[in-house]
Design a protein around this ligand. Structure first.
Ligand SMILES: [Zn+2]
Ligand SMILES: [Zn+2]
Length: 149
């Protein structure tokens, strides 16, 4: 997946989110911007572990989750995979990040579908929905090309 937007300056973005700019936060944000997809705790530890200890990495992930800079992969428990939160223009979102996800059955990759509207869900009378987490499963464009589907 290619980024369709210019990377905003990392420190400026953290300031917009009203959090202090620290080396660990800059490093984590840079990792997510470069990766462009879901990162697991293991991958995050590998990338940041060279310069930061486990407690710092853990706290940084928690701050990013609280500020909705990243969001967890829905439907997994414990939620150990995160992606950068973006709005439907491709820019990092300041708002809550509700969108569908697509998981490829062949390569296992999960991507965010920010530009695909979530279908409305009609609930039975007396029910109130608060969150909709949709994961579409299928075959991604890369795998379709490879295997000649
Ligand atoms: Zn695939
Ligand atoms: Zn997502």
């Amino acid at each position: 997946m290619k980024l369709n937007f210019m990377l905003p300056d990392i420190a400026t973005y953290l300031k917009q989110k009203k959090i202090h700019v620290t080396p660990a936060r800059c490093a984590l944000l840079a990792a997510f911007m470069e990766h462009q997809g879901f990162l697991g705790h293991k991958q995050i530890s590998t990338i940041l572990g060279v310069s930061f200890d486990r407690a710092t990495i853990y706290r940084t992930v928690e701050v990013f989750l609280q500020k909705n800079i990243i969001h967890p992969l829905p439907g997994t428990s414990p939620k150990l995979h995160y992606a950068l939160s973006k709005d439907n223009t491709g820019y990092p979102s300041r708002y809550s990040d509700k969108h569908m996800h697509f998981t490829c059955k062949v390569c296992g990759t999960t991507i965010c579908l920010e530009t695909v509207p979530t279908p409305p869900v009609r609930l039975p009378a007396g029910f109130t929905g608060t969150d909709v987490e949709v994961i579409v499963k299928g075959i991604c464009s890369n795998c379709q090309k490879k295997d000649g589907y």
